[in-house]
Design a protein around this ligand. Structure first.
Ligand code: GLV
Ligand code: GLV
Length: 326
């Protein structure tokens, strides 16, 4: 029997890619940049399976361009790039890679928090550029992390893991979410608060909500105005959860202390964007899950999801499992 045809939209780590290449007739897009839309639509035409990234739009148009499609395995936990409803309407399972990247992403959120609080990027530039002439009583003063109040917006797996790290710094933990999380309350002493209270009380505010219509610009001009002047905003969720220009204005006017962003809107943030001109904006290129081990594990999970879908089984991380109930 011919092996199923698969298109993988970028080179992913070996541990998953090898499994895919062993079991399918797979083509892997070799470029550093995503396949252009027209190429993706064309390549999908005779595919039984697709492995996509968060940079690929997976929607009705793509499904309709791929009449044999049995599964889409997205190499990410976030799936705002996928129109899940369109997949469900056509009976195509779509999958993500949750769980394995939780701790690595929480590590980066905490790294960003500490880096911005203690002005590490500025300090590095200062030392390197020859400005370091003496020890300075007023040099690069930042914010204390130990004992401060951490606000978590969205206490899913990643938000919970960030809060768990904060316990080691004796931080007071507040959270806001659509539903209460009793485990966070009993295990971490986290306190459920309104969004307004979260904004008003947090010294550090870390965002862990998925991108959806109701979380777009969750942090807007009004939210920034409600934050403390010493506050540090950390975003490892999705760029559009923050209104970029409102953040720029707030940082420029020093209405909050700093922001540390792993995700931006637009993404990538172009090199001439005004946010880069601010020394209190720390921006890294969407690397929260980027450890060797985690990216390999994500690749294995994407491969498992793909192969299960191709075999007509329910993939382990199916986002629309109801399609199998009919
Ligand atoms: C990365 O942002 C992911 O969703 O996995
Ligand atoms: C994502 O996996 C989350 O639940 O935060």
């Amino acid at each position: 029997m011919a092996k199923p045809k698969v298109f993988v939209t970028r080179i992913i780590p070996d541990r998953g890619l090898k499994r895919i290449l062993d079991h399918t007739d797979a083509t892997v897009w070799q470029d550093d940049l995503p396949p252009p839309r027209a190429v993706l639509l064309e390549r999908a035409h005779d595919c039984d399976g697709l492995v996509t990234l968060l940079t690929d739009k997976v929607d009705g148009e793509l499904f309709d361009a791929a009449p044999h499609l049995k599964v889409v395995a997205n190499y990410a936990v976030g799936f705002d790039n996928i129109d899940v409803m369109a997949a469900t309407q056509r009976g195509i399972p779509v999958t993500n890679t949750p769980g394995v990247l939780t701790e690595t992403t929480a590590d980066l959120a905490f790294t960003l928090l500490m880096t911005a609080a203690r002005r590490i990027a500025e300090g590095r530039d200062y030392a390197k550029s020859g400005q370091w002439k003496t020890w300075g009583p007023m040099l690069l003063l930042g914010q204390d992390i130990y004992g401060a109040t951490l606000g978590i917006a969205g206490i899913g797996r990643i938000g919970f893991a960030v809060a768990r790290r904060a316990r080691g710094f004796n931080m007071r933990i507040l959270y806001h979410d659509a539903v209460r999380n009793e485990r966070a309350e009993s295990e971490l002493g986290a306190r459920f608060v309104s969004k307004q209270e979260l904004l008003a009380q947090s010294d550090f505010l870390s965002l862990h909500v998925p991108l959806a219509p109701d979380t777009r610009h969750f942090i807007d001009q009004a939210a920034l105005a409600a934050m403390k002047p010493n506050a540090v905003l950390v975003n490892t969720s999705r760029g559009p959860v923050v209104d970029t220009m409102a953040l720029y204005e707030a940082l420029k006017a020093r209405r909050i202390f700093a922001a540390a962003l792993d995700v931006t809107d637009p993404e990538p943030l172009p090199a001439d964007h005004p946010l880069y001109t601010l020394d209190n904006a720390l921006i890294v290129p969407h690397i929260a899950s980027a450890s060797f081990e985690t990216r390999n594990r994500m690749a294995e999970i994407a491969a498992d999801n793909l192969l299960a879908g191709l075999a007509g089984q329910v993939p382990p991380n199916c986002l629309n499992p109801d399609i199998f109930k009919k």
